[in-house]
Ligand binder design. Structure first.
Ligand code: ADP
Ligand code: 5GP
Length: 186
């Protein structure tokens, strides 16, 4: 049997730049990385495509997947559900391919309990002010949702010490290269 791939967890507060850094990271072909597309009950943002950023489903469909035991983990995040479909993750790891999960801190703690060997990475902003600027600059959420996400960000940032690696997203290229190096060293 060949080597199993590594499971990589990428977390960080909303708006820190996870999606942006992940896209750049996926351009590093030498990381042999598969991005695990999550399921969510939230609506697509402009430019997001079903099956690419997320599988967008109804709350009923999400519940059905919970009932069938289809998730490696799932969590509620500011009024919506998000979950990692487990079959694909297993399949890729068995093929020796590294798998990237971009999930919140609650989900990350669940995965770390189930898979203690997972490599956990927490992306932080250079400062809280930068985070606020980025989340507002994206202009995809209402003021009410932005306020909730910023409040959540403070509690998420407090959990960063549970992660093996902390990467500062000061510059997208630099942060993506640092993460690529962590994955290649694994
Ligand atoms: P997340 O996926 O963590 O919620 P996004 O990837 O959507 O965050 O990024 C939030 C906003 O911050 C976007 O408008 C993005 O262009 C911007 N951004 C991401 N990384 C950086 C960076 N290093 N410097 C400045 N702006 C950034
Ligand atoms: P967003 O709505 O900004 O895309 O994501 C909100 C939060 O949910 C982010 O912290 C993101 O990492 C997290 N998230 C995305 N997919 C999953 C998942 O499958 N499971 C968990 N637990 N969190 C997820």
């Amino acid at each position: 049997m060949g080597n199993r791939g590594s499971l990589i967890i990428l977390s960080g507060p909303s708006g820190v730049g996870k999606g942006t850094v992940r896209q750049r990271l996926m351009e590093h072909r030498d990381t042999n990385l598969f991005y695990s597309v999550s399921m969510t009950t939230r609506s697509p943002r402009p430019g997001e495509e079903n099956g690419r950023e997320y599988y967008f489903v109804t709350p009923e469909q999400f519940q059905e997947n919970i009932d069938k035991g289809n998730f490696l983990e799932y969590a509620q995040y500011v009024a919506h559900s998000y979950g990692t479909p487990k079959d694909k993750v297993e399949e890729k790891l068995n093929q020796g391919i590294n798998v990237l999960l971009e999930i919140d801190v609650k989900g990350a703690m669940t995965v770390l309990r189930k898979c203690p060997d997972a490599i956990s990475i927490f992306l932080v902003p250079p400062s809280f002010e930068d985070l606020e600027k980025r989340i507002r600059g994206r202009s995809t959420e209402t003021e009410e949702v932005i306020a909730k996400r910023l409040e959540k960000a403070r509690s998420e940032l407090a959990l960063k010490d549970h992660y093996r690696h902390i990467v500062v997203n000061d510059d997208v290229d630099r942060a993506a290269s640092e993460i690529a190096a962590i994955i290649k060293a694994a």
